[in-house]
Design a binder for this molecule. Structure first.
Ligand SMILES: Nc1nc2c(ncn2[C@@H]2O[C@H](COP(=O)(O)OP(=O)(O)OP(=O)(O)O)[C@@H](O)[C@H]2O)c(=O)[nH]1
Ligand SMILES: [Mg+2]
Length: 215
């Protein structure tokens, strides 16, 4: 195990994660303004990341449902905050992506507003997952997201996505580089997890991590 690896969950933790995500997951609400936010009944974890990084795909992989969240080759598919209840014990929030060049200035501002109203007073938000493409590493737009999350005192766990696109040694190198980059951000955990929505790599471990935050 290198310094970048998260603590490896034991069998009991993996089983808790499996059980949580084996329960029924359901779409609760889509919100593009404050008034549309669902009531805060459950601990929440929000998925941050650039457009196309694989946020909606990760949600589907975690829940084992192909089309719970909308996946698209075209970046910018997810435009509102989408709330999903996991077994009535945890709320996962699929956010619109940021940082895609084809998104106009106006849309970038709208992203800031949409996510800003969510971050302002969401006391149940326990953690942000910051999804970063394993091939590309941390970009300036991710650093802005990290700053925004630090400003709102939200703790962050980094998730490297599309790990199936890298060979194992290269993947380990990316994880170490990512951990080093995160060391400069006090609100981020130093541990990094690599996942693939295609092969299922890292999914049981991430389920176990999320189960520790569920009610
Ligand atoms: N090879 C591979 N492709 C993936 C993986 N996860 C997602 N993709 C692909 O990446 C593209 C974007 O996936 P989405 O899940 O829609 O990405 P998103 O972050 O939700 O995008 P926005 O909603 O636009 O912000 C799709 O073509 C997916 O099939 C993965 O683990 N491996
Ligand atoms: Mg999406």
């Amino acid at each position: 195990m290198n310094a970048a690896s998260p603590p490896i969950p034991g069998p009991a933790e993996l089983e808790r994660g499996r059980r949580l995500f084996a329960a029924e997951s359901r779409f609760v609400a889509a919100a593009d303004r404050r008034e549309a936010l669902p009531p805060e009944r459950l601990p929440e974890v929000a998925l941050f990341g650039r457009s196309n990084v694989g946020k909606s795909s990760l949600l589907n992989a975690l829940t084992g449902r192909k089309n719970l969240a909308h996946v698209s080759r075209t970046p910018g598919r997810t435009r509102a905050l989408n709330f999903f209840s996991i077994g009535d014990r945890l709320m996962l929030v699929d956010l619109p992506g940021y940082g895609f060049a084809a998104v106009s200035h106006g849309e970038a501002r709208r992203w800031g507003q949409t996510v800003g109203f969510y971050l302002e007073r969401r006391t149940e938000l326990k953690r942000a997952l910051l999804l970063v493409d394993a091939r590309h590493g941390l970009k300036d737009s991710d650093r802005l997201a990290l700053d925004l999350l630090a400003h709102h005192a939200v703790s962050v766990m980094a998730v490297l996505t599309k790990a199936d696109k890298l060979a194992a040694p290269e993947r380990a190198g990316r994880m170490a580089a990512m951990a080093e980059a995160l060391a400069r951000h006090p609100s981020a955990f130093p541990a990094v997890i690599a996942i693939s929505a295609e092969t299922g790599l890292g999914i049981p471990e991430l389920r176990a991590t999320l189960a520790a935050l569920a009610s």
